[in-house]
Design a protein around this ligand. Structure first.
Ligand SMILES: NC(=O)c1ccc[n+]([C@@H]2O[C@H](COP(=O)([O-])OP(=O)(O)OC[C@H]3O[C@@H](n4cnc5c(N)ncnc54)[C@H](O)[C@@H]3O)[C@@H](O)[C@H]2O)c1
Length: 276
């Protein structure tokens, strides 16, 4: 998600400092961005010069302090784990400009709890991009309990400048997108686990019967099964309702390292990152 967010901001002329703990992730991100920009050039969306210009706007950086010190907006898109995000926001609060807005791309974790570890909770907001970022139009803008109105307005305006369509929602577990999507994905996994139908049949029913562009199991592979599991746990804990309990099959697959497209194997096998 981080590479997609960097891509779209750079494409629209914003200077971007891209930070990751792991240097190999930064290298991978730059390769992915370059490949995805090539695709836009092939489709006639961008010229070759615009591609080069976009790439020149992205500066990979290895430490947070250096990456954020001059930024007006910081978008965190690290692993979907509350403790990791809280620690990152403590550091962002310490190193970022006092007027900077701190946003999270979290799929489900409470913006209010994230904001509460900073000294600027009114400047903390959710800016939830969809995967793949350069293609998907929606930005779910999540107001935390303390988010100031002018911050929401700025993020809405900025989303429009990036060619996106923002939707404002309040801070409840899973917001709107994953509160509705994840129970559907979980039910598809439970159906597979119970032997109701094969993975292909489940996905075909939802594609042809409900006009979904992707079946729920293929979509789960694309999102990352570890991310799906983390979101379901947030829903289960946040609502205290057993209906969100993750399927045992999902728990086992994540424990086995079958994470979907990113690990090469999930509900389907992937060669070169694509479903054969
Ligand atoms: N995968 C999706 O389809 C999707 C869609 C929308 C939102 N999201 C959200 O975006 C975020 C990232 O998801 P992803 O699928 O890209 O995850 P990912 O696991 O593929 O990538 C997370 C990245 O964060 C880095 N990281 C971890 N701890 C860090 C730290 N302390 N400082 C700097 N970098 C750190 C990791 O090295 C890794 O490169 C999550 O909050 C997720 O819920 C994911």
């Amino acid at each position: 998600m981080g590479n997609g967010i960097a891509h779209i901001f750079a494409q629209y002329g914003f200077p971007v400092y891209l930070v990751d703990l792991h240097p190999e992730q930064l290298e991978k991100a730059l390769l992915t961005i370059s490949k995805n920009l090539d695709r836009q050039v092939q489709k006639g969306i961008l010229s070759q010069d615009e591609k080069i210009n976009a790439l020149n706007h992205i500066h990979p950086v290895h430490n947070i302090k250096e990456g954020v010190r001059g930024a007006d907006l910081i978008i965190e898109a690290a692993t979907e784990n509350e403790n990791i995000k809280l620690q990152i926001f403590r550091e962002l609060d310490e190193f970022a400009l006092p007027a900077a807005i701190l946003a999270s791309n979290t799929s489900s974790i409470s913006i209010t709890r994230i904001a509460a570890v900073t000294k600027r909770p009114s400047q903390v907001i959710g800016m939830h991009f969809m995967n793949p970022v350069p293609l998907m139009k929606l930005v779910e803008v999540i107001n935390g309990f303390s988010t100031a109105g002018f911050v929401t307005e700025k993020i809405v305006e900025l989303s429009k400048q990036l060619g996106k369509i923002p939707c404002i929602v309040n801070d409840y577990p899973g917001f709107i997108s994953n509160r509705i999507l994840m129970p559907m994905i979980n039910e598809a996994i439970i159906s597979l686990q119970e032997g109701v139908a094969s993975a292909e049949a489940i996905d075909t029913v939802m594609k042809l019967g409900m006009a979904h562009p992707m079946g729920p199991l293929e979509l789960a592979d694309f999102i990352g099964l570890d991310v799906c599991l983390a979101i379901l746990k947030v829903l289960q804990e946040g609502f205290g309702n057993p209906k969100y309990a993750p399927a045992t099959l999902l728990v086992n697959m994540v424990a086995a390292g079958n994470l979907g497209v990113k690990s090469g194997e999930g509900f389907y096998n992937y060669r070169n990152g694509r479903k054969p």
